[in-house]
Design a protein around this ligand. Structure first.
Ligand code: SDX
Length: 433
């Protein structure tokens, strides 16, 4: 007999089904709640609310487990990590064969360029404009240049649209950086792999190709893999909300970029570096940071720490911490910010405030230090997160579009405003006083 949940309201009891996922997570199915009881639930931030049933990513926050289509995240930390392979797995649901990968890479290479008039759009942005603003605007602009992908009627059309978006986000990101610095755009090079081509478009000059360091290319593949999906996080949930209104893939992902931008989400990697630089400049000691983070009167937070789901060490942070060591040692980079980060982690993990609230380093705590070491400009850090996350956004959007249970996302509310009142003509209104 399937498990039931019983809700008693006043003198009446109501039974609701309990559903269970493949990893034993359980939920009370309240799809009939309002119709049967007249009541709704209240859950700001949706910390207790499941919005969908998904097959893409599994997280066990208590145990610090993260798996893409069942594969533990640790297994992607291999000698030559392959972001395209992980992206294909996340989007299409299985590891690609050699032929799958070869075919996908051809489409990515053939579609890495931007429409010439798209490039003129960048000229409309002021030099120094934030790259995340340009990224979301130009991804949305893809809807203007690829009308054939606004309505994805079949699997082939979806794959064509997904590959174009996945390929072009890298070019748009690089051009956003080039525009913010006022330097010329660099065409994609069809002979370079995904991450190498990104580094080429970011750092080459018309008269001098950037020398691609294979170690840095590997580190970038792994960084993107570690950011590739994370179930119903703020930005993925945003992509689903926008997609639930049957907006196209480009518009939905552009909304995801906007949701990612904030310092509590994908902007945290930049906020971490700013915090570490602040300590390095001597404005605060690590001990003072911990004190401020604990203070109930300060809005200071230890950036890169804490997570809605992980109540254990974020497995991505653990891998990134090791990659930090590897990359800085190999490239003889002695970044004082790493010492400060390690000191902050040491202080926080033995402090009752953090231990009690189960606040651990998350994906953003070490990622910025590695990106600095491999030469990524600081203001591009949230953009790097977006490039990594785009396979996840595409996969979440596709899963939702194919889910027969999908309805337009339209939460309810509890109204707490004025009860019924009347309109007063302006001549009879008192001054606000
Ligand atoms: C990402 O959801 C995802 O999966 C996101 C992500 C992904 O891959 O998509 O993992 C990527 O966004 C990682 C998180 C990056 N953000 C930060 O590092 C910013 C700093 N962290 C926080 O602001 C916070 O921890 C959040 C936003 C990440 C989570 O916020 P919650 O779950 O809403 O927790 P909360 O704000 O209710 O905090 C609970 C308590 C509060 O204290 P009390 O009211 O109980 O006294 O913990 C405290 C908070 O003040 N707290 C912190 C803290 N994080 C939480 N105190 C100090 N420093 C922090 N970083």
């Amino acid at each position: 007999m399937a498990e039931r949940a019983i809700l008693t309201i006043g003198d009446r009891s109501y039974e609701f089904p309990v559903i269970e996922g493949s990893e034993g997570e359980r939920a009370i199915d309240i799809t009939e709640l309002r119709a049967r009881t007249g009541l709704i639930t209240y859950d700001p931030g949706f910390g207790n609310t499941g919005s969908c049933i998904s097959n893409i990513t599994f997280i066990d926050g208590e145990k610090g487990i993260l798996r893409y289509r069942g594969i533990p995240i640790e297994q992607f930390d291999r000698p030559t990590p392959n972001f395209i392979e992980a992206a294909w797995l996340i989007i299409f649901g299985r590891l690609p064969t050699k032929d799958d990968l070869a075919g996908f890479n051809v489409i990515l290479t053939e579609n890495a360029h931007l429409d010439e008039s798209m490039k003129h759009n960048f000229e409309g942005f002021p030099v120094g404009a934030p790259p995340m603003a340009m990224l979301s605007a130009m991804i949305n602009a893809l809807s203007c240049f690829h009308p054939e992908y606004l309505k994805l009627s079949d699997e082939d059309t979806f794959e064509a649209a997904a590959a174009r978006l996945f390929s072009k986000i890298r070019t748009i990101a690089a051009y956003s950086y080039r525009r913010s610095k006022g330097v010329p755009y660099i065409f994609p090079n069809p002979h370079l792999r995904y991450c190498a081509n990104f580094l080429h478009m970011m750092f080459s000059m018309p008269y001098k190709d950037h020398v691609i360091d294979s170690d840095i290319e590997d580190a970038l593949n792994l960084i993107f893999i570690l950011h590739a999906d994370h179930e119903q996080n703020c930005s993925a949930a945003t992509v689903r909300v926008v997609g639930s209104g049957q907006a196209n893939l480009f518009a939905s992902v552009a909304a995801g970029v906007c949701a990612l931008w904030g310092p509590r989400h994908g902007g945290a990697n930049l906020a971490v570096i700013r915090m570490l630089e602040d300590v390095h400049r001597g404005n605060h000691s690590p001990e003072e940071c911990i004190r401020m983070a604990k203070s109930q009167t300060s809005d200071f937070r230890l950036m890169g720490f804490g997570h809605r789901v992980y109540k254990n060490y974020d497995p991505r942070a653990r891998i990134l911490k090791a990659v930090c060591d590897r990359v800085l040692t190999r490239h003889h980079v002695n970044d004082p910010l790493l010492e400060i980060a390690l000191r902050l982690e040491e202080l926080a993990l033995k402090d009752e405030y953090f231990v009690e609230r189960k606040l651990y380093p998350n994906v953003d705590f070490y990622s910025g230090i590695i990106m600095r070491a491999i030469g990524i400009p600081t203001d591009m850090f949230p953009v790097m997160f977006a490039i990594g996350r785009v396979p996840g956004w595409i996969a979440q959007w596709r899963e939702q579009q194919g889910d027969p249970q999908t309805r337009i996302a339209r939460p309810r509310q509890i109204y707490a405003g004025p009860t019924v009142t009347s309109y007063i003509p302006i001549e009879r209104r008192e001054s606000a006083g």
